[in-house]
Design a protein around this ligand. Structure first.
Ligand SMILES: [Zn+2]
Ligand SMILES: [Zn+2]
Length: 685
């Protein structure tokens, strides 16, 4: 069986945030990594969606080209996905010529077969900007709900798809003037013609592969309204040019070209691999299982529009594309109880989040909170608790205590396994069941439960460690102790496999700590049920697996959320004093001084009396360093002196300055000096 997996093409008009990951990307990656461990033939495709009006609107707002907009967001998305551990086989972009050709090929074929219908229709036209106002280029009052800022294609308030000439009091988004109504020709795809086949297709696949309730309900509501013709061309200049003569000044509507981006990503993957036709093995074979991961805002395009396009293509007989076997769309993730919103600036970009925390901690908390059947929430406090109480205290703790015990008592090699008692057998049984249980949930797209089940294995293993009491049997029955520890290290190995789809970075670190040959993928998913580490196997060096998240780290993120990227930096520790202007700092005259002589101040165990040469001057300084430096140690030292400090008396002695020293929270003290020879009196700044 071949498996083709796609994850929604992110729109190259903004940065990837946590909501995106929870909607499509993390579930897709867990699924793909699992399938690869099952040693199945998988191709995982994605890429940036780079056409559409939102991009040209951004370009106009920033007075840059649309190309500059996508050249900002495409590489940013690519990098953040890599940092998050997304294991795409190819991450493409729809601005490449290969994609334009693919989209044009579909359009030309549909045109040739007379599938597309041409319609003359009324559109809003701005005489000042001399252009038709497609979609977001026009705003007005929604005829349905009276929302004052409905877009030309859709009202975001009530969700209705609009015909722009129905807008009340429309205004050009570029210049603000009232547009006129003008006629123009557009091509339409007859979606309604495919409704019956689409309903059958969804019923059949849903029966076979268990489609999610939320997806089915959504499709039903579309079918109930009845599918209508959809325009496939736009009066714009940014996009895929319409490949029909007389239409060169129009582009293909972005919804039509974007879904075909999955196919061109496959073609690009094949080209890069040097096997130009290899993409056909996935896209054009009946025995491919195609799973399309998306967020709920994309359901209509992936369950209705894209399959209808592929049906239309397949009807031409040129080739037979595989249709999605399942479209496991997730609902939305909220952040701290509110919807992610670019316009309100609410939420956090993944790139920013990963500056604070490792990817696996984010992957784990998102996995247990995936909005699989309803909207869910991401709370920073929950993130901290999941990381500390589960990843660190359950998984990390079990791995680390096992390694520590073997290092201390068995010279870092796996002790031999003796006969098994009831407790041991129970542990073995848990391992035997785990790949089937966790894997079964992943196959049914139930990633939350799969994550909990995988963590339950680690939870059980901790209990097994405790109940076996190896620290007691170490003295009384070394074979018994060895057997329990032998099983523990086998469980560590199994956990690396079971956790790889969820927390790949951590899993691979466990694998190298185990000093295992090959990769986790070489071992394979089923191997998690085995006790395959041989007696005497030498382990690698243990390291702390998961660092706990301190309150301060969470406070830093909250600070970032409140102040944004351009806000003041968070204070690094509670003791840092408020900012001062540079002018204040410049008032302090810091000079390099050379200690000429030093002696204890009588009756004081803290003070030294120093004579310090500062250029041609000499100052007496009383310093509280006698518990850290002897008088002899100080003589000849170069020190940094506050030369213009108001003189003061200490223990009856005049002090004409102060020398700088660092001290840590344990009370250790070290005087500040310079690391190369400089004349005394030199300014320090
Ligand atoms: Zn409305
Ligand atoms: Zn205008």
């Amino acid at each position: 069986m071949r498996i083709l997996v796609t994850a929604a093409l992110p729109y190259a008009n903004g940065y990837i945030h946590l909501g995106h990951l929870a909607g499509a990307y993390l579930p897709a990656d867990i699924y793909v990594r699992y399938q690869r461990l099952k040693k199945r033939d998988v191709l995982f495709l994605c890429g940036s969606d780079e056409h559409g009006v939102a991009i040209t609107v951004t370009a106009e707002k920033e007075k840059i080209t649309p190309q500059a907009v996508i050249d900002r967001y495409h590489p940013a998305s690519q990098k953040v996905f890599a940092d998050f551990g997304m294991s795409f086989d190819n991450y493409s972009r729809t601005s490449i010529p290969l994609h334009h050709e693919t989209a044009q090929d579909f359009f030309k074929e549909f045109h040739k077969q007379a599938i597309l219908k041409e319609k003359r229709e009324k559109q809003l036209y701005c005489e000042k900007d001399r252009m038709f106002l497609a979609d977001r280029y026009v705003e007005g009052v929604c005829p349905n709900c009276k929302h004052p800022q409905a877009r030309g294609d859709q009202c975001e308030n009530c969700g209705t798809w609009l015909n722009q000439v129905d807008l009340i009091d429309p205004k050009c988004k570029i210049c603000g003037t009232t547009p006129v109504v003008k006629e123009t020709n557009h091509w339409y795809f007859p979606l309604g013609k495919y409704q019956k086949r689409l309903e059958e297709y969804i019923a059949e696949r849903s029966e076979r592969d268990g489609w999610k309730e939320n997806v089915l309900r959504y499709c039903e509501s579309w079918f109930k309204k009845g599918l209508e013709d959809r325009a496939v061309t736009r009066d714009l200049s940014w996009g895929v040019q319409v490949p029909v003569s007389g239409y060169e000044h129009k582009v293909i509507y972005v919804w039509f070209d974007a879904v075909l981006g999955y196919i061109s990503s496959g073609k690009e993957w094949a080209q890069k691999a040097g096997r130009k036709d290899a993409w056909e093995d996935y896209w054009l074979r009946k025995d491919t299982k195609y799973v399309a991961f998306i967020g709920k805002d994309n359901i209509v395009f992936h369950c209705i529009v894209f399959p209808a396009m592929l049906m239309a293509w397949n009807d031409t007989g040129r080739s037979q594309y595989v249709l999605p076997e399942n479209v496991p769309a997730n609902e939305f993730l909220n952040f701290e109880g509110q919807k992610f919103s670019k316009s309100r600036g609410w939420g956090i970009d993944v790139a920013d989040f990963l500056k604070y925390f490792p990817a696996d901690t984010l992957r784990y908390t998102l996995a247990v909170n995936l909005p699989e059947s309803r909207d869910s929430d991401f709370y920073l406090k929950d993130f901290q608790a999941r990381t500390n109480n589960e990843l660190a205290d359950i998984l990390g703790n079990f791995v680390n205590r096992t390694f520590a015990f073997i290092e201390r008592n068995f010279e870092s090699s796996v002790p031999p396994k003796g006969s098994l008692n009831a407790l041991d057998k129970e542990m073995c049984e848990v391992l035997k069941q785990a790949p089937g249980t966790v894997g079964g949930l992943i196959e049914r797209y139930r990633f939350r439960e799969a994550t909990l089940e995988a963590m339950n294995v680690a939870r059980f293993a901790n209990k097994y460690f405790n109940d076996s009491e190896p620290w007691k049997t170490l003295k009384s029955d070394r074979d018994r102790c060895g057997t329990a520890i032998h099983l523990c290290v086998q469980v560590v190995r199994s956990l690396a496999i079971l956790m790889e789809p969820l927390v790949p970075f951590t899993a691979n670190r466990i694998w190298s700590m185990l000093n295992e040959r090959g990769t986790i993928r070489d071992a394979g998913w089923e191997s998690a049920a085995e006790l395959s580490l041989p007696d005497g196997h030498k382990l690698g060096k243990p390291e702390i697996l998961v660092n706990k998240i301190e309150d301060k780290q969470i406070e830093d993120v909250v600070h970032f959320l409140e102040h944004g990227k351009d806000g003041p930096p968070p204070t690094k520790s509670a003791n840092v004093k408020p900012f001062i202007p540079i002018e204040d700092f410049k008032k302090i005259d810091l000079r390099l001084g050379k200690v000429i002589s030093a002696e204890r101040v009588p009756k004081s165990d803290k003070l030294l009396k120093l004579q310090v040469e500062i250029g041609s001057e000499r100052k007496q300084i009383i310093a509280g360093i006698a518990q850290h430096y002897s008088a002899d140690q100080m003589v000849g030292k170069m020190v940094v002196v506050v030369a213009n400090l108001q003189p003061a008396k200490l223990m009856g002695q005049e002090s004409q300055g102060m020398l700088l020293a660092a001290s840590d929270s344990d009370g250790k003290l070290s005087v500040v000096t310079v690391d190369s020879e400089l004349a005394s009196g030199s300014a320090v700044k």
